[in-house]
Design a binder for this molecule. Structure first.
Ligand code: FBP
Length: 338
């Protein structure tokens, strides 16, 4: 064997032997992966490429955009416009949907992405990533212009999801609904090599990830849970917990994919930010699909995230995901304290 199994080989197998991915979704995923390579290249240049720092613009959420947020968004749009596999795209960085221009063939899928997640880490050389989700275009939209409402499908309808993490290695973690696999970018050959053929999240953990500085805004359930974690072996949970917080969801979730843990960005008690920080369509849904496919669980507090009926493209939700038994434990705290 001279060549290691790569992304194309894996996807062709999923299409031909297992029938879990269609030809157009396979080609679409290859294009997204190609875009991630270009983003990885831009990220790795840093100050040498003049790509660090902020712009004067704000995105639809009122957040200041980093240069690399905008560059990554452009790369994903440009790579995916002409392939004929998509009807429209939606991005955390754009106010509304982006229809495939009329001079390109219109496909039957929808792509959603957070082009560069973990903005606060871009300029300080800490891992960041790209998150993406693929939905099918509803039948009735084939004969008319795509609308925002066509994207508002619950996460269980996703046909594929994944993320690329730009860290010490560049990796692509992917699900097409048949488990979770991981590829490492071989920068010499430019190939996404299958290095993690069956990612599983351990059911038990004693490691949590949460931004502790928001403690005063948490719901009572999360406050009680963390208080009990901090009591360690002598407390009601009977074990000593460790805390990790990178502040890039991609990197925090990737750690959980590798060794288990629980990640929380809970809902906020303040009226103005009641729904939490993370976006359902670009962050919570794709990550929940991946986590469940790896044997973990993902809830907003009480409810399974993948079953939430979305009401807006940029909707925010509480996110609690990771090792199954620990997520269920937090769900119990919610049932008890709500
Ligand atoms: O600044 P905080 O509260 O630590 O938030 C960090 C969280 O925000 C995010 O960076 C998302 O926000 P951005 O999309 O603006 O990057 C997540 O990746 C991360 O988990």
């Amino acid at each position: 064997m001279y060549l290691k199994k790569n992304l194309t080989h894996y996807l062709v197998e999923q299409q031909r032997q297992h029938g879990v991915v269609t030809a157009d979704v396979r080609l679409l995923l290859e294009t997204v992966a190609r875009a991630c390579k270009a983003i990885s290249h831009a990220v790795s240049k840093g100050a040498l490429g003049g790509v660090l720092g902020s712009l004067e613009s704000e995105n639809v959420q009122g957040e200041v955009q980093k240069k690399l947020d905008v560059i990554s968004n452009e790369i994903l749009l440009e790579a995916n416009e002409w392939g004929g596999n998509l009807a429209a795209m939606a991005s955390e960085e754009m106010d509304t949907l982006h229809r495939i221009p009329a001079h390109f063939p219109k496909g039957k899928n929808l792509l959603l992405f957070d082009p560069l997640d973990g903005s606060s880490n871009i300029d300080v050389n800490v891992s960041i990533g790209t998150i993406f989700s693929v939905l099918q275009l509803p039948e009735e939209a084939n004969t008319r212009d795509v609308q925002e409402a066509d994207f508002l499908q619950p996460g269980v309808k996703q046909v594929a999801a994944g993320y690329a993490v730009y860290g010490p290695q560049t990796m692509l973690i992917l699900t097409v609904g048949a488990g979770v696999v991981g590829f490492t970018l071989d920068k010499e050959t430019g190939s996404w090599v299958l290095t993690h053929p069956a990612i599983r999240i351990p059911e038990e953990t004693a490691e949590f990830a949460i931004n502790m500085s928001n403690q005063r805004y948490w719901e009572p359930a999360i406050r009680h849970y963390i208080e009990d974690c901090l009591k360690g072996k002598e407390g009601p949970l009977g074990k000593n917990y460790n805390m990790r917080w990178i502040a890039s969801m991609v990197a925090d979730v990737h750690r959980i994919m590798c060794r288990g843990g629980i990640f929380m960005y809970p809902r906020d008690q303040r009226e103005s930010v009641r729904h939490g920080k993370l976006r359902l369509m670009y962050e919570a849904n794709p990550m929940s699909f991946l986590v469940e496919q790896a044997g973990g669980a993902a809830i907003d507090g009480e409810q399974r995230i993948l079953e939430i009926e979305p009401n807006a493209l940029h909707q925010r939700v509480g996110v609690i995901l990771g090792s199954k038994n620990e997520v269920q434990r937090v769900q119990q705290y919610h049932l008890k304290h709500s």
